[in-house]
Write a protein that binds this ligand. Structure first.
Ligand code: ATP
Ligand code: MG
Length: 437
């Protein structure tokens, strides 16, 4: 018989550029972080919301603003081939949450506190801390006008850094005022930048009359000095806006949350007003913003809902995890408690019944996997047990099974101590397997 050996080996397929696989053991960090977040959100009475990854493109254009980095150059937009609908992979999730809140009339009986976790998509140049598929965790409080909710959200983020053990994070704070105040500031900005038109880069010149606030957010180092001297929003705030800002500050002060006022902080989306803030670290280079947010009191009506105030933030999961690694935080413990050694395939039914009982009792058990006919030598199974990091080996040998027992051997404390336990009473001795500290 001749075999066709000339057929080319199938070409290796790889992930899309800027989109990462998250693999064990690193994925344990992700799960750990998500658990911390869930537990914390529950303590602040925020409920989980899950919206689709794809939305109608106009949601983002209307929501984020036409003249923003995201809408101008970062969205993955496409036409649904089946019906021609313009769709977009969500670049952020505030717009989607607001869409869902409006669609389901969620504010009919009062404000809602919500949080989400999930992938976002932006067509950016991939580099450390900047990916094309990345993950955000966000908290949004809709239907609340008071400064206490702005402060609550900042306290929540601050508590999260403490829970995670993040240090080297600073908080920057600003107020963008209200639309009428913004109009005056906008006029002053245009006048200022027109005076210095020769120092504007191409993008800034294009945005000068479309969205001058965006110029303040420029990443061009050559324009930093110019931007530094620009009229400050803070000087255009009326009494009510100032009072709101001062109430936020007073709550942060009382809670010992330090912050710096940054009059240049404007955030990348058009929907913000009043309080805006960012948590920044100096340890991740120019990708140092780990979390950003603010108030967006006009987005709900812009998306077709009855006017309702709102405030929220989003953090970048990759950047937070990167920062934790940078600080030298180790991997969370995720080795199994026990590793099951089964010399003979015929012992599998009885052995696996016992493992099921142990797992039901909360023990983390890894099963040795054989080749089909054979489970492999005892020596090779013990090698695997050692490599797994398990604290104990469970040995389902013929002598043990003849007495309806299993031998539990300690792998970690150097004693090699062995004890025989009854197969039938697994839940009684299960806690012994979890005793490793
Ligand atoms: P940057 O100024 O770094 O581009 P941004 O202002 O565009 O950030 P937001 O839209 O405010 O970011 O998103 C909130 C958080 O999400 C950011 O602070 C960051 O931690 C994270 N983030 C944003 N874009 C990316 C990306 N492309 N890759 C990884 N994380 C990101
Ligand atoms: Mg960006």
């Amino acid at each position: 018989m001749t075999e066709n050996t000339s057929a080319a080996k199938a070409e290796k397929l790889v992930a899309v550029k800027g989109m990462n696989d998250i693999l064990p053991p690193d994925s344990a960090r992700w799960e750990w972080l998500e658990e911390q977040v869930r537990s914390l959100m529950a303590r602040y009475a925020y409920g989980n919301i899950r919206t689709p990854i794809i939305e109608h493109t106009p949601l983002f254009i209307r929501g984020l603003g036409e003249v923003t980095d995201i809408v101008e150059k970062e969205m993955y937009s496409f036409e649904d081939r089946l019906n021609g609908e313009p769709l977009t992979l969500r670049p952020e999730n505030t717009a989607g949450v607001v869409r869902a809140v409006v669609e389901h009339s969620m504010l009919y009986d009062g404000g809602k506190r919500l949080y989400y976790m999930g992938p976002m998509f932006r067509h950016e140049r991939p580099q450390r801390g900047r990916y094309r598929q990345f993950h955000q965790i966000g908290a949004e409080a809709l239907g609340f006008a008071g400064a206490e909710v702005d402060a609550e959200l900042i306290l929540l983020a601050d508590a999260l850094w403490k829970t995670l053990g993040l240090t080297d994070v600073r908080l920057e704070l600003n107020s963008l005022g209200q639309p009428e105040e913004r109009k005056l500031h906008r006029a002053a900005l245009i006048a200022y930048f027109e005076q210095h038109a020769d120092q504007l880069d191409e993008e800034a010149r294009r945005r000068l009359h479309l969205n001058p606030l965006r110029i303040l957010d420029t990443k061009n180092p050559a324009m930093q000095e110019l931007v530094e001297g620009a009229p400050k929003m803070m000087d255009f705030l009326g009494e009510a806006s100032l009072a709101h800002f001062n109430r936020v500050r007073a709550i942060l002060d009382a809670n010992g949350v330090a912050y710096q006022l940054n009059p240049r902080l404007v955030r990348g989306m058009d929907y913000y007003n009043l309080t805006v803030f960012e948590f920044i670290t100096t340890r991740l280079g120019s990708q140092g913003t780990i979390c950003g947010g603010g108030r967006y009191d006009y987005l709900v009506e812009q998306i077709g809902g009855k006017p309702a105030p709102a405030v929220g933030w989003a953090l970048g999961v990759e950047r937070v995890l990167e920062l934790l690694k940078e600080q030298g935080q180790g991997l969370p413990v995720n080795q199994p408690d026990a590793y099951a050694i089964v010399p003979d395939v015929n012992a599998l039914p009885i052995a696996m019944k016992c493992l099921q009982a142990l797992r039901a009792a909360g023990v983390r058990v890894q099963m040795h996997a054989g080749t089909g006919d054979s489970m492999g030598s005892m020596k090779s199974q013990f090698k695997r047990a050692d490599a797994s990091g398990a604290g104990f080996a469970l040995i389902f040998g013929p002598d043990e099974l003849a007495q309806n027992q299993v031998t539990v051997k300690s792998l970690r404390d150097g004693s090699g101590a062995q004890t025989a336990y009854s197969l039938a009473q697994a839940s009684d001795w299960a806690p012994h397997l979890q005793s490793r500290s």
